[in-house]
Structure formats: C-alpha cells, structure tokens
Ligand binder design. Structure first.
Ligand SMILES: NC(=O)c1ccc[n+]([C@@H]2O[C@H](COP(=O)([O-])OP(=O)(O)OC[C@H]3O[C@@H](n4cnc5c(N)ncnc54)[C@H](O)[C@@H]3O)[C@@H](O)[C@H]2O)c1
Ligand SMILES: O=c1ccn([C@@H]2O[C@H](COP(=O)(O)OP(=O)(O)O[C@H]3O[C@H](CO)[C@@H](O)[C@H](O)[C@H]3O)[C@@H](O)[C@H]2O)c(=O)[nH]1
Length: 428
C-alpha cells in the first residue's frame, strides 16, 4: 500500500522503516528540515539498535523516501500521524502538533477523491480521535483510525516489526479493512474496537506498568529498612503467573518520554471528568521522590556529600537509547550538585545532551576515567559498558570503594569480594 507517516521521531521513523520492511511504499514527512536531510542521507537522527541499517536498506530498495511537506503524502492510502504530544504546564497532553498535522491533512485531502485512512499513532486522550474526525469532516472519504503504539525505546524496531498486539479503534468497516490490509504481514493479537477504547488502552497500559514499578520502589524502601532483598522478593512474586515477572525491577524509578507524561495526562483527563485516580497520583509521587530517597541514602553512607567526588554511570533514561527525556540521571545530578558534590559522568551515547544541561559535570568517554579518584560510583542506567566492569581495575582507580547500584544489576557478592561496600536499592 502507499503509506505516509507524519512526524519522523522515535515512533514515526520506526513505523516508516518497519512498514517499508513489510513491503509497503512509504514516505516519511517532518517539518524539521534538518532531520529530513539527514534521513535522506540514510542517517538516523536517533540512536536505536538496528534502525540505521534497516533505514539504509529500505531507501536503497526504493521503498522509503522523506519529504518536509505534507504534499509528499498526496498518493497515500494510509496516513499515520506520529507527532509528539508532550506534557503541557497543567499536565494535560499538548495537542498543538497533532492539530497542526491534521490541518495539513485537511488541506491536502479536502479536494482529492479516494478512500483513505488517517491513523493517529500518537498517544492522545480519549475523545481526541473524534475531534480530529470532526476537523477532517470536509474530507468525505477519510476514515479516522486510532492505532496506538506500544514500542519501547531501545528495542523500537523489533517491537514494531513484532508487536505484542495491534489495537485498532475505528467506526467504519472500510477503516478496519484498510488496517487489515496494512498489517496483513504482521502477526500479533488484534483488538478491534472503538476509537475511545483504543485511546484509553494506551494510557491504561502505561499507567499500569508505571504502577508496578512504583509499587516495587516503595516496597524497596521498606526492604532497605527490614534488611530483606527486593530482588528476591520480586523473583518470588513474579513466579506467580497472575503477577508475572516483568516490570517488577526496583531502582531509581521510571523516566522517558512516555510514563511520566502519560500518567500526568491520564490524571488530568480524570480530573476534568471529576474522577479521582488516587493510586496513580501516588505512583507519580513515589517516582518523583525516588531519586531524592536514594541520594539521601548515599549521603548517609558517605557521611555527607559536600566536595565528595561522585562518578555517575549511565545518563539516558534506559539503556540502548540516547533519549534523556525525564531521565533519572537529571534528577540525581541535580540533587548531588545541590549538596555540593563534584561529579564525573559517563554514557555511551547521551553525554552530550546532558552536558548541555549540566556543564559543571566532568563528562568522560570511558567508564574507568569516570571512576578515577571517585569517592563513590552510582549506577543510574544499566548500559552494558556500565555493568561489565573490571572490578580490580575500578578498585585501584577509585579513592574510596563505595558502590551505589541504582538499578540492582551489579554482582553484589563479587564486588564485595573485591573489597567494595555495595548498596543497591532495597537489597540486603
Ligand atoms: N517514544 C516512544 O517510545 C513512544 C512509544 C509509543 C508512543 N509514543 C507516542 O508517539 C508520539 C510521538 O512520540 P516520539 O517519541 O516519536 O516523538 P518525537 O518528538 O521523537 O517525534 C515527533 C516528530 O514529529 C515532528 N512534527 C511535529 N509537528 C509536525 C507536523 N505538523 N508535521 C510533520 N512533523 C511534525 C517533529 O519534528 C518530530 O520529528 C507521542 O504521542 C508519544 O507519546 C512514543
Ligand atoms: O521493572 C522496571 C521496568 C522499567 N523501569 C524503568 O521504566 C522506564 C520505562 O522503560 P520502558 O517501558 O522499557 O521504556 P519506554 O521506551 O518508555 O516504553 C514505555 O513507554 C512507551 C511509550 O508509550 C510504550 O510504548 C511502551 O510499551 C512502554 O514500555 C525506564 O526508565 C526503565 O528504567 C523500571 O524502573 N523497572
């Protein structure tokens, strides 16, 4: 099919590449000309495993091209909208980019005959699809579809190629037919439903995953006092098939471009409707306070932080991405600087972005240089390079043997054998 994708960020670019790999003819459109130029040169503007190779492959095969105006989408039968829906000041989803994109679509398809699906893949509050359908009502042959995206950064391409489920919300048989045809080569469970249900499935999923993480983090705080081990507890819980093992990892909390903003947007929708989502409010509160709780624990163990040299390992919001939106590192660094600590930091791909925000931090391109002379090392993001450490070398380089494992991934027994004092999150 002829497909257009408006917005070539994490979701749009991945979707465009993935649909081209599935054999469709795809055009990616973005208002950011610099991004479009890079993409036309087969360079991915984001770090995402496997994406740049696949991008080059489908461009070479003539199945993917890029344009900076919506006119490039004139021939498309299915048009995806994948623009950002960031958090507005009041916590709600800012839909400015979405409405701007929809306006472009209205101008493009208003006069053109031909049956088309306009598909919202961006995460949007319940009712948005209906409002966009209203905005596009002059385009009589356009069918408005909600098809939320569930990919995770760091494994975006493979998640997009092999989705856990395909959720499609629409109100016409033609819309479902076009989506059937589009995803004919993709296996996964289908949920065909209304647009509103599809929209809420997305928010509910993220809110529930965030809830599991905050539940474990709050329990980790208790575990730290009881002298129990949250990782063992998590494993014991996860073996119950009703609970399952995923998203029970305690640590510094969740970051990224989705959980923080989507939980805020869901709360805002509920507030507007006069409904209290008390659990979700607490989920956000636990997440907000988790870095401060851990930094305080570090302060106690180091007997103060003023002029202490702290090495921060990992800066992106999770491994295998360069995304620092709502990364825990930002909050952790902020707390340390406030306490008067001297910081060095390392990340394989996200250091430059953090350096722009915190020029007072010493950024290194190597884990060991980051550890040199440090009174303590704090693991913030579990990149491979930050886990697979030569502990003898690290011990020799550090001023004091203090390890703080903010992701509970360092081998506690092994590092203790090397003479380190190890402190995880809620781990005995
Ligand atoms: N990042 C994720 O892991 C993820 C996963 C699932 C869903 N989502 C949702 O998908 C949406 C996009 O997220 P993202 O992370 O890809 O955002 P992003 O910021 O990486 O990309 C958005 C892109 O849209 C472009 N854009 C903005 N307005 C435009 C317009 N009018 N016309 C053309 N291009 C325009 C921007 O230049 C940018 O390149 C959001 O609603 C997000 O919540 C994100
Ligand atoms: O047990 C866990 C699992 C994750 N995290 C943290 O949670 C955050 C989010 O991780 P993850 O969900 O893997 O990454 P995202 O790319 O943000 O993906 C989430 O957000 C996307 C955007 O909506 C959805 O599409 C995905 O399904 C959803 O997993 C990261 O900071 C992780 O460190 C934990 O602290 N403990």
């Amino acid at each position: 099919m002829n497909v257009a994708v408006i917005g070539t960020g994490y979701v749009g670019l991945t979707t465009a590449v993935s649909l081209a790999l599935h054999g469709h003819q795809v055009v990616g459109i973005d208002v950011d000309r610099e991004k479009v130029t890079r993409l036309q040169q087969k360079k991915s503007p984001i770090y995402e495993p496997g994406l740049e190779d696949a991008l080059g492959q489908v461009i070479d095969q003539g199945r993917l091209r890029f344009d900076h105006t919506v006119n490039g989408a004139a021939e498309a039968t299915v048009l995806f909208i994948c623009v950002g829906t960031p958090e507005a000041d009041d916590g709600s989803a800012d839909l400015r980019f979405l409405h701007a994109a929809a306006e472009d679509v209205r101008n493009l398809y208003g006069q053109k005959p031909g049956k088309r699906a306009v598909v919202i893949k961006s995460t949007v509050p319940v009712g948005t699809g209906d409002r966009i359908a209203e905005q596009l009502k002059a385009c009589t042959e356009v069918h408005l579809v909600s098809n939320p995206e569930f990919l995770r950064e760091g494994s975006a391409l493979s998640d997009s190629l092999h989705p856990s489920r395909i959720v499609v919300g629409a109100d016409s048989p033609e819309a479902f037919e076009m989506m059937d045809q589009l995803y004919a080569n993709v296996s996964g469970h289908w949920v065909k439903t209304t647009r509103a249900n599809a929209e809420l499935i997305k928010y509910a999923s993220n809110a529930f995953l965030a809830t599991r993480i905050s539940f474990m983090n709050e329990l980790a705080r208790l575990s730290a006092v009881l002298g129990t081990d949250i990782d063992v507890i998590s494993r014991g819980m996860g073996l119950d098939s009703r609970i399952g093992p995923e998203f029970l990892r305690a640590g510094l909390g969740y970051g990224g471009s989705c959980f923080p903003k989507d939980t805020a947007a869901l709360l805002q929708v509920a507030k507007e409707k006069g409904v209290d989502l008390n659990i979700l409010q607490q989920v956000r509160e636990v997440n907000r306070t988790q870095p401060a709780w851990y930094v305080q624990l570090i302060r106690d163990k180091l007997q103060g932080l003023r002029e202490k040299r702290i090495a921060i390992l990992g800066l992106s919001f999770k491994p295998e991405t360069d995304d620092i939106r709502e990364a825990r590192s930002l909050s952790v660094i902020g707390h340390f600087l406030q306490e008067g600590a001297f910081l060095s930091a390392f990340d394989p791909v996200a250091a430059d972005a953090v350096a722009r925000l915190y020029p007072q931090v010493r950024f290194e391109t190597d884990v060991y240089e980051t550890l040199r002379g440090a009174d303590a090392a704090v693991l913030v993001t579990e990149w491979k390079a930050c886990i697979q450490i030569d502990w003898s070398k690290a011990k020799a380089l550090m001023a004091r043997p203090m390890l703080f494992d903010g992701r509970n991934v360092w081998p506690a027994d092994l590092v203790r054998q090397h003479g380190f004092v190890y402190t995880g999150v809620g781990r005995s």
